[in-house]
Design a protein around this ligand. Structure first.
Ligand code: ZN
Length: 150
């Protein structure tokens, strides 16, 4: 039973103690992150973020969250760049989608126009035939009448 609980806490902490991307907001231990300026010889006046608990207890080489400000900024820019690239990809996809959609709409409109023209033409043909029949009948009547009169 105790084995299971240590296993589970071990796995959760390894997950939350992973590398932080961008500016850290809170340490895995729940403590707030504080922004400080380094006074060490290799990194003079270099800004960094560190877990408030580790700072107040003057912990060194601990596994509480620590991050240089310049590295965090680079991360943030990287994230923005990737987001921008993703956005561009989406935009391209949407443009393509829109073009395809417009093509479909135009094709449909064209088909409908052709269909209505064909419809109108066929209707005109039948009405022309009717007119021809009526004219023929009228002619016959007129011929008949003239024969009767003559
Ligand atoms: Zn911490």
């Amino acid at each position: 039973m105790s084995n299971v609980s240590t296993n589970s806490t071990g796995s959760t902490s390894s997950r939350t103690r992973g590398r932080v991307v961008g500016v850290p907001r809170r340490c895995w231990c729940g403590e707030r992150i504080v922004a400080l300026i380094s006074k060490s010889d290799p990194n003079p006046y270099r800004r960094y973020y560190h877990c408030g608990f580790a700072v107040s207890n003057r912990l060194r080489n601990d596994d509480h969250t620590f991050k240089w400000d310049d590295e965090a900024s680079v991360n943030e820019i990287d994230t923005l760049t990737t987001k921008n690239v993703e956005f561009e990809k989406h935009l391209k996809y949407f443009r393509k989608e829109r073009l395809e959609f417009e093509k479909i709409v135009y094709e449909k409109m064209e088909n409908e126009i052709f269909e209505t023209i064909e419809d109108a033409l066929s209707k005109a043909k039948t009405s022309n035939r009717k007119m021809m029949v009526i004219l023929a009948i009228l002619c016959m009547i007129m011929i008949g009448c003239s024969k009767l009169l003559g």
